[in-house]
Design a protein around this ligand. Sequence first.
Ligand code: 13P
Length: 347
Amino acid sequence: MNPFRRPLIAGNWKMNAGGQEACVLANAVAEKTRRADRVDVVVAPPFTAIAAVAHEIEETRGSIDVDEGFGVGVAAQNMHHLASGAFTGEISAPMLRDAGATWVILGHSERRQHFHETDHGVALKAKAALEAELRPIVCVGETLGEREGGETLAVIERQVRAFMAHFAESPGFGVVAYEPVWAIGTGKVASPEDAQIVHARIRELLAEVSEEVAEATRILYGGSVKGDNAVGLLEQVDIDGALVGGASLDADGFTKIVDAAQAVAEKLAEEEGAPPSRERAAVEEEARELEALDADAASDARDAGQLIAVDGPVDAPTSMSVPPTSNAATGIDPATDLDDAVDHRDV
Ligand code: 13P
């Protein structure tokens, strides 16, 4: 990641959770990720659940203590490139907007593979999405055969060149997701170094559109991302987030990935000298308050000791022997590493 691009973690639910369970999952994601104020979070339910999920998220937003920056976006997983017409079974960008989606995943490898989507077709959709002010997450990625044949970068180049010009008008509005086909749903994640090579190449290609597009566009990695491999990937300079499949169906598993992005973003911001996020500021404030309380307790203890010295030797009460850096009532040690406090927060 890079301190100047806000990370994005998107959950692609694929053909799962299309009914009532979608609302339960969306609600849990919204609740559990609400403190990740340095991360954009998106969920992509099936078409049938988009309106209900968008409504559920809106309700959740109203029912909790809203921080600025809180919010989960809703994405569709596909769309038609035309706005309306005689296309039985299809859904258009304006319809998705009406239903409450603000994002759309386009050109996923499962659509390229099973539904014969082409580079040209994906580019038409990207253009239509942008025109409808629906933020496209355009997927690219090589198959195992293409990787083994040494064609990875050539395939990526062909796929990115097909749509990249459409990103020119609103730098940063569209997103690219690199998802090596062999890593999707297989548990075989690309190594952070291999993924970084492809991401850097994608950024180089975007720079042909403009430097601004290259700098502003977030490039996500997708393919077996989990809580335990997310940090290594997200620490790569050109990996700006993740497109998550299987792990996004479990709110806790998904939240671990969001937390990983928050932690990496926090560290980068600190290195840049940026003020801490609200979450970090709250943890620091709590630590300061506890220290102040303990300092008061220590000073009371000293005063009591002086009185005892004046009045003669009396056993000091044991409660006065609490060390100044611990808080027995809360069990919280203000000296605790703040990273730990962030990582293990109860959300
Ligand atoms: P998995 O995370 O299940 O590998 O799926 C990745 C994916 O296809 C996201 O779009």
